[in-house]
Design a protein around this ligand. Structure first.
Ligand code: KIV
Ligand code: ZN
Length: 509
């Protein structure tokens, strides 16, 4: 019988560590549900001790996902592990994932400990976690650069302590495929109790080798792969889930293993992750890039028309790419709209669908053709879950080549009980609007990042604004879309302000 490869998806944890990829709770739930539809085996939902927001998302995902294991990450200490368990304990299949570094570089410089201290902490932490949860995974951070004998000693000790998965991360993406494969082979050969645990790998992509290293590990006996959708993650990212899954599917005789991932859900998942994180997929990205199945040269087109296999090693439909996509417009009815929402992978209760349909009709009046991306932006806009201390009532800007950019803004406060208006000049219309808002909110918000992009094509495309800004040293993100980019900018800014206000109230109480 073929061995199964366990797919451990860390899009919501390591993926969210991609610069600019932070997601709100609703967005994380949508992704978790789609990962469940994709049928991955484990969803790493977050790092509960990192922030109240991370705790809440691991807790909510644990309560809402029924068929997939939910993992939470924690460092090797009792406080982290306890908080992680408090967030995870509602899951049908919870997994505590403990990490501590095992390379001398990390032990000496980062942890400022000795090898024997790290060994003792690792064992103690696994023993503690095991009292709370039967499924415990241990990660030896920077395992790719750890002394192999010491690494084997730690792995053997944590397996004795109860770890059922031992994860070998190439944390900094330094390993070469043959070398990494040999490391997995050596671990399987030298760790005496290795048969009591699943060997897992977690590869980063700093040299563009994360997928190659993961596949080399499978060839050498690794049976769990940690990866992310579209390969998003810290720095250059993690191993891309879709590339590994499809390599195993396209080359079954070479790998001789099986997976339970539903490949037809891949494209939908990729789209959802890219839309919700704002991290676009490069056109030539394997499997899910816009050009992955496009044949440009005449010779190739001719070959594909005669026999698809001449230039295509997999069918677009294998990964859920459909040939024709239903484009909507203002005359589209409820039925077409609801079907599109379903096809895009969303599953809403009826009352939310009716509200969305009304918003879709308003958009239809402003925009001739409504693309999938516009609908995802609409869903995103209406699924924000931020308490509105300040809401935009009115915004007017004047700008041009011979005018000083000026904005007049009116905000409602306390659920509409109070209305305040202000005006300001700025270096451009967005700057002027932000200054007018600042005069009303009187909060010292520092903008650190501002990204404006068209959600779909055409001059009437929805403009999406993603911003990051800090308040009292804490970073918040805001996102909004509208056919009017100044309005989207103001709303994204207000989202940050409302999040900052909510968190400062939380600190006071
Ligand atoms: O890259 C890494 O080492 C990690 C661990 C937490 C598994 O992300
Ligand atoms: Zn990582």
């Amino acid at each position: 019988m073929k061995d199964k490869i366990i797919f451990f998806d860390t899009t919501l944890r390591d993926g969210e560590q991609s610069p600019g990829a932070s997601m709100n709770l609703n967005e994380k739930i949508l992704i978790a549900k789609q990962l469940e539809a994709l049928n991955v085996d484990v969803i790493e939902a977050g790092f509960p001790v990192a922030s109240p927001g991370d705790f809440k998302s691991v807790e909510t995902i644990s309560k809402n996902i029924k068929n997939t294991s939910i993992a939470g990450l924690c460092r090797a200490n009792e406080k982290d592990i306890k908080i992680c368990w408090d967030a995870l304990k509602f899951a049908k299949k919870p997994r505590i994932h403990i990490v501590i570094a095992t390379s001398d570089l990390h032990i000496e410089k980062k942890l400022q400990k000795t090898r024997s201290q790290v060994l003792e902490i690792a064992v103690k932490s696994v023993c503690y976690a095991k009292k709370l949860c039967k499924d415990v995974e241990f990660s030896a951070e920077d395992a790719g650069r750890s002394d192999i004998n010491y690494l084997c000693q730690v792995l053997s000790a944590v397996i004795d302590a109860g770890a059922v998965t031992i994860n070998i991360p190439d944390t900094v993406g330094y390993a070469m495929p043959a070398e990494f494969g040999a490391r997995i082979f050596a671990i399987r050969k030298n760790v005496k109790n290795i048969n009591k645990a699943i060997v897992s790998v977690h590869c980063h992509n700093d040299l563009g080798l994360a997928v190659a290293n993961s596949l080399a590990a499978i060839e050498n006996g690794a049976r769990q792969i940690e990866c992310t959708v579209n390969g998003i993650g810290e720095r250059a990212g993690n191993a891309s889930l879709e590339e590994i899954v499809m390599a195993l599917k396209v080359r079954p005789n070479y790998y001789n293993v099986k997976t339970e991932v539903k490949t037809k859900e891949i494209y939908k998942t990729s789209k959802l992750v890219s839309n919700l994180t704002g991290l676009e997929v490069q056109a030539n990205k394997a499997i899910v890039g816009k050009n992955a199945f496009a044949h440009e040269s005449g010779i190739h087109q001719d070959g594909v028309l005669k026999a698809r296999e001449t230039y295509e090693i997999m069918k677009p439909s294998d990964v859920g790419v459909t040939e024709s996509s239903l484009v909507l417009g203002k005359h589209s009815g409820r039925h077409a709209f609801f079907k599109k929402i379903k096809d895009l992978g969303f599953n809403f209760p009826d009352k939310n669908l009716q509200k969305l349909f009304a918003e879709f009709k308003i958009l239809g009046d402003k925009k001739k053709i409504i693309f999938d991306e516009d609908i995802v932006a609409l869903i995103d806009e209406s699924s924000k879950n931020v308490k509105e201390f300040f809401a935009l009532k009115y915004l007017s800007v004047s700008c041009g080549t011979a005018t000083i950019p000026t904005a007049a803004v009116s905000l409602s406060l306390n659920g509409g009980k109070e209305i305040i208006q202000e005006a300001a000049c700025g270096s451009g219309p967005v700057d002027a609007a932000y200054k007018a808002i600042d005069r009303i909110t009187k909060m010292d918000i520092k903008l650190t990042e501002f990204i404006l992009r068209a959600v779909s094509s055409g001059v009437d495309a929805l403009g999406e604004v993603l911003i990051k800004a800090s308040y009292k040293g804490i970073l918040f993100s805001g996102k909004s879309a509208s056919t009017d980019i100044i309005e989207a900018s103001a709303k994204a800014y207000l989202q940050v302000i409302n999040k900052a206000k909510a968190s400062s109230l939380l600190v006071k109480s």
